[in-house]
Design a protein around this ligand. Structure first.
Ligand SMILES: Cc1cc2nc3c(=O)[nH]c(=O)nc-3n(C[C@H](O)[C@H](O)[C@H](O)COP(=O)(O)OP(=O)(O)OC[C@H]3O[C@@H](n4cnc5c(N)ncnc54)[C@H](O)[C@@H]3O)c2cc1C
Length: 493
């Protein structure tokens, strides 16, 4: 019954496993398994321990129907929790609608994607657009399994990104928008401030800090009211063969076979940048333009979210850390050493020379979410983000996610795991960085309270909806326990 996640870094060991085909079947399973721990899965595309399961596993893949309904001038989609994003997009496109935001890939399920705050660039995360969620869980009084609709208040904000802790998500209703086109072109910059200035013109852009070359390759993107470029299909083939395949094959060869740090550095300094076609604009449908085939080669990722005013310093810190880890002869800068002193970090010296980073570092902008604990949930604790419905609403409080990707396998990945722990802890302390819940998330629970001002409110909802912790796992319990105890004590007073 063992199950492995996409990255093969998490093993699930459920004692029982079910794939229900209807809501009634879910209710029956919950009633039959009362008193046991229930964990739901989507497509296992998370890398964090949010997937850990040693008791009852529910795979919702058969709850995948999609219904579209007019809501005033707009349209909402209700999709089964196990519906994959790609299936939902295909159904929406039949009626010229689409989702307001998509990530790198569309393999995830709707319930899985919102449960970890999945996002793209230039918009909110998907969780933000959820208007109601249908869940199966235990009634507080009778203890019987029931279906409930969550449609407002803190309960909705918690359920929009809940790591599986508020019950079994049966279906999700989300705002949609008419299909649109995106223009894209690549440019390379030496200077980060110029990259950020360009957001004024390219609100959907994302950029890559190229390790060892230390320049920024920017994917300038914006929504346009113009027809598809006649050559856009050729551009998509170029992106697929050159960036999704050839670039990855070269990285894999260098990292897994050649395995020499100097070769990795040369690859990024001199070879891979040649692959990028610069300054040629192409227009295509948003779903084609914004998505890549990032799932073709197995890997792991950590993604850290910081706010705009800390982005420059956070990237500088990261660069110093990677330089010192990739090249033992490099002396860390005074500023970097002073920062380490501030966080009382002792393990850095052991990491020096141990890891040579081998993938472009992706940076994306995410507008603040009306949620309690998604990574882009509003830092100021303002959860009523009234202005977020405007195209660039909440931009002043935007978050920037920094993704590090790794292609080592098995025990060769140990240095990257150590780097991930080092970055998660130190960047949380120095820059208030929040790790993605669905990616490597090695954050000590004691750091959480400072990162998420609304954590108490999230735990309050969980304690009230699931007092026996049937829908938590060991990891979520360890993360939220301090806060849950606090919430319970408060409610006893
Ligand atoms: C190649 C790749 C690319 C990625 N790109 C991006 C990206 O661009 N942006 C981004 O933000 N993330 C990205 N991710 C991360 C991914 O989007 C998230 O980890 C997402 O949660 C995975 O969805 P899933 O359907 O596989 O859910 P799973 O990984 O199976 O589950 C995730 C969480 O959802 C819960 N869950 C799932 N279904 C239910 C349900 N029915 N009821 C209750 N809880 C449920 C699980 O218990 C778990 O806590 C990427 C991952 C991969 C592997």
């Amino acid at each position: 019954m063992k199950q492995l996640n996409f990255g093969h870094n998490v093993t699930l060991n459920p004692r029982s496993m079910y794939a229900p085909k209807s809501e009634q079947e879910v209710i029956k399973i919950l009633d039959e398994n009362k008193g046991r721990r229930i964990r739901c899965i989507g497509r296992l595309h998370s890398w964090s321990k949010t997937l850990q399961c040693d008791d009852v596993l529910l795979d919702l893949r058969y709850l995948n129907d999609v219904q579209l309904t007019a809501a005033g001038n707009s349209t909402v989609a209700r999709a089964g929790g196990g519906c994959q994003i790609k299936h939902l997009l295909a159904e929406l496109e039949k009626q010229s609608w689409t989702l307001p935001s998509v990530g790198f890939i569309t393999e995830q399920t709707v319930a899985g994607a919102i449960s970890t705050g999945t996002h793209g660039s230039g918009r909110h995360s998907l969780s933000h657009y959820v208007t109601s969620i249908r869940v199966a869980r235990y009634d507080r009084h009778s203890g019987k399994a029931v279906v409930e609709e969550i449609a407002s208040g803190d309960e909705l904000r918690a359920a929009r990104c809940s790591l599986g802790c508020v019950g079994v998500i049966l279906s999700v209703t989300m705002k949609c928008r008419p299909m649109y086109r995106v223009e894209e072109h690549f440019r390379e910059y030496e200077n980060l401030s110029k990259v950020l200035d360009a957001e004024k013109d390219y609100s959907l852009q994302q950029f890559f800090l190229v390790p060892w070359r230390w320049t920024y390759i920017v994917q300038h993107r914006r929504e346009v009211d113009a027809p598809k470029s006649p050559t856009s299909f050729l551009y998509m083939w170029y992106r697929f063969f050159t960036l999704d395949i050839a670039m990855h094959v070269l990285i894999l060869l260098t990292v897994r076979i050649v395995r020499i740090h100097a070769a990795v550095r040369t690859l990024f300094r001199r070879v891979l940048p040649i692959f990028v076609i610069r300054n040629r604009r192409f227009i295509a449908d948003s779903t084609t333009q914004l998505v890549m085939e990032h799932e073709l080669f197995r890997h792991v990722e950590i993604e850290l979210f910081v706010q705009r005013d800390r982005l420059v310093a956070a990237l500088e810190f990261l660069r110093h850390a990677l330089c010192a880890m990739g090249d033992r002869t490099k002396q860390p800068s005074e500023t970097f050493l002073a920062q380490l002193e501030k966080t009382s970090c002792e393990e850095f010296n052991q990491l020096r020379g141990a890891y040579c980073h081998h993938y472009p570092i992706c940076v994306r902008k995410i507008l603040p979410d009306d949620t309690l604990i998604s990574m882009a949930s509003n830092a100021q604790g303002l959860t009523e983000l009234g202005n977020c419905e405007t195209p660039d609403g909440g931009s002043d409080h935007a978050w920037y996610s920094i993704t590090l990707t790794n292609y080592h396998r098995g025990s060769n990945r140990k240095p990257f795991d150590e780097l991930a722990s080092f970055l998660a802890t130190n960047m949380a302390r120095l820059f208030g960085a929040r790790p993605h819940w669905g990616k490597l998330c090695p954050l000590p629970p004691e750091e959480l309270q400072d990162l998420y001002p609304a954590l108490d409110r999230f735990c309050e909802v969980c304690v009230s909806a699931d007092p026996n912790g049937a829908f938590s796992n060991q990891w979520t319990e360890s993360l939220f326990q301090i806060q849950s105890n606090h919430v319970e004590i408060k409610s006893l007073k």
